[in-house]
Design a protein around this ligand. Structure first.
Ligand SMILES: [Zn+2]
Length: 93
């Protein structure tokens, strides 16, 4: 079970949170074309390593958080607000 440190509520169990998707995806510009939008909607990386994700503290403050999680060990590297910059470590293993 994940233990996610919400910046508003403190450390809470994963069951209070709802996964909201890949936080590294950026919407293409309006003139980018259909291929770019199809990739934006349907294509996701499946990294074995550090990854940025959106999690909503649904049973708590209801805020959406940006979480840096290791997809193999499930270690939570950092938690921030949506506008925060959470750089990924250089070696992603
Ligand atoms: Zn919270």
């Amino acid at each position: 079970m994940l233990r996610i440190p919400c910046p508003h509520c403190g450390v809470r169990d994963e069951i209070e949170f709802r996964y909201r998707g890949d936080a590294s995806v950026r919407r293409p510009a309006g003139e980018a074309g259909m291929e770019a939008f199809l990739a934006h909607v349907y294509e996701r990386a499946n990294p074995a390593g550090w990854h940025l994700e959106w999690w909503q503290h649904a049973a708590g403050c209801r805020q959406v958080l940006k979480v840096r999680r290791h997809t193999v060990t499930h270690e939570i590297g950092a938690v921030g607000l949506p506008g925060d910059d959470l750089p990924l470590p250089e070696a992603s293993a």
